[in-house]
Design a binder for this molecule. Structure first.
Ligand SMILES: Cc1cc2nc3c(=O)[nH]c(=O)nc-3n(C[C@H](O)[C@H](O)[C@H](O)COP(=O)(O)O)c2cc1C
Length: 165
């Protein structure tokens, strides 16, 4: 096993004051020292997936950059809010793009999922939807431990957004 584990973190929120992003900032202090976290390259400018675009001009650079980062990582960690009991649409769109690549990058990739949400369940339903998509893509999805941060506003400092729970 490698001396250092490089974990690519994909955040599901675009919000500046995001609780999920705040949880990501708390991770290095909670993780073993040999685990290194790297943020995924930006992909919020990706167009909605359309096979016609793919056929006409190939994969957008942002999708290629994301796929390269996933391939280079030892594992991927999604930290995402739940939107309407499921995953945020823009993030699913990005995964739809990379999933159409020949050597799709999630194949046999260890994947873990965490979530913060305003609700009591902490985004549990969203996590189970991600598991389904990742299983289809032949990722190795961690079943446990499960990390749900429910009622997120009460778990982070209101000023600094530091995790206080
Ligand atoms: C479009 C939308 C849908 C949402 N749906 C859910 C939901 O299904 N379950 C839930 O617990 N919270 C839901 N929320 C509330 C989010 O959990 C809350 O806004 C959370 O802070 C978002 O994460 P962030 O702080 O990282 O941006 C929803 C929020 C939005 C904007």
């Amino acid at each position: 096993m490698a001396d250092q584990l490089n974990v690519l973190v994909i955040c599901g929120s675009l919000r500046k004051g995001s609780y999920n992003r705040a949880l990501i900032r708390a991770l290095p202090a909670l993780a073993p020292p040999e685990m290194k976290f790297t943020s995924a390259p930006d992909f919020e400018t990706l167009p909605m997936y359309n096979a016609d675009i793919q056929e006409a001009s190939g994969f957008p650079p942002a999708a290629q950059d994301l796929a390269t980062a996933i391939r280079a990582a030892d594992g991927v960690l999604f930290v995402s809010p739940e939107y309407n009991w499921s995953m945020p649409g823009w993030l699913k769109n990005a995964i739809d793009w990379v999933s159409r690549m020949k050597d799709q990058p999630f194949q046999e990739k260890p994947v873990a999922i965490q979530s913060c949400s305003g609700g009591m369940l902490g985004g549990a339903r969203m996590q189970y939807h991600w598991r389904m998509s990742m299983t289809f893509l032949k990722a190795f999805v961690f079943g446990t431990p499960e990390v749900f941060v429910g009622q997120a506003a009460s778990k982070f400092d209101k000023e600094t957004l530091e995790l206080t729970d």
